[in-house]
Design a protein around this ligand. Structure first.
Ligand SMILES: C[S@@+](CC[C@H](N)C(=O)[O-])C[C@H]1O[C@@H](n2cnc3c(N)ncnc32)[C@H](O)[C@@H]1O
Length: 271
């Protein structure tokens, strides 16, 4: 039976997050780890607080939090069973539970800080997620959310979707389908629910690739909307997208790096 807290549909919410942890890492983990450090800094996470990592995935942010706070002060949840298992295995002793942001599987008032890194745009009911953040936070607690900047701020995804659109003008470009990637969107959500929001910031990171194949293999792993779309293409179209992406990136013949920027908002729970 489906956990009542999980979104309708496939276990991964239909977004391509039912994949093994190593596949996620080769695709997005190489950005998520450096982002976690910047995000935890932006949320002012330091010793003495108890933190929940919502949508923890394979545990990039969870690991950063454990380093800062120790295992007893960090908890995590995610609707994807493979990711819950992976995060638990990587961070033994951390309480990692299966559950979605809309029905967080932890008790009221349990945390000083709730964090969601690269998650809110996949959440079916973000208003409900904020209600849940509020429920599990102690009085005076804070929540922080970050999402890739959709105005060209995530080079890897932007290049892929530009290549896909060149081949298939109906390709479901995630920057057009998903919310919260433009300036003020995350802040507006918090403000509308009565939270006291700090000015939004941007968090720049980059990732290294050994060569073009190193990048392309990430799409073939079927991770996230881009990977799921890539796997669903005919062989012919996939080859055309690959060739177009290679050109988009300047036909690299050696290692290269790609940049990404996340938008971040920190908000204090309403009284
Ligand atoms: C791009 S990954 C980010 C994972 C991790 N936070 C990181 O930074 O590596 C998106 C995550 O959101 C999770 N997710 C999808 N829908 C969700 C929901 N409704 N509530 C909480 N997490 C969700 C996915 O399972 C996936 O782990």
């Amino acid at each position: 039976m489906q956990n009542p807290g999980l979104p309708e549909g496939p276990v991964d919410g239909g977004w391509g997050f039912g994949v093994p942890g190593k596949d996620y890492d080769s695709f997005m983990g190489r950005y998520a780890r450096p982002l976690a450090t910047r995000f935890a800094d932006a949320a002012d996470v330091s010793a003495g607080v108890t933190v929940l990592d919502v949508g923890c995935g394979t545990g990039a942010l969870t690991g950063e939090l454990v380093t800062r706070l120790g295992i007893r002060s960090v908890m995590a949840c995610d609707p994807s069973e493979p990711f819950v298992q992976e995060c638990s295995a990587r961070h033994p002793g951390v309480d990692v539970r299966r559950g979605a942001a809309e029905e967080i599987p932890f008790d009221d008032g349990s945390f000083d800080v709730v964090l969601a890194q690269l998650v809110l745009h996949f959440v079916g009911d973000p208003e409900r997620a904020l209600t849940q953040f509020r429920r599990v936070l102690a009085p005076g607690g804070r929540a922080a959310v970050c999402v890739w900047d959709s105005a060209g701020g995530m080079q890897m995804l932007r290049s892929f979707w530009d290549a896909a659109l060149a081949v298939d003008p109906t390709a479901p470009d995630e920057s057009r389908r998903l919310r919260f990637g433009t300036a003020g969107e995350i802040s507006d959500l918090f403000a509308a629910a009565g939270w006291r929001v700090q000015p939004e910031t941007t968090l720049p990171v980059s990732a290294e690739y050994a060569d073009f194949e190193d990048l392309w293999s990430g799409f073939l792993a079927g991770v996230g909307p881009a990977g799921a779309y890539c796997l669903g293409l005919s062989e012919q179209d996939r080859a055309a997208v690959r060739a177009q992406l290679f050109r988009e990136l300047g036909s690299p013949t050696a290692g290269f790096s790609l940049d990404a920027v996340a938008r971040c908002a920190v908000a204090v729970v309403p009284d």
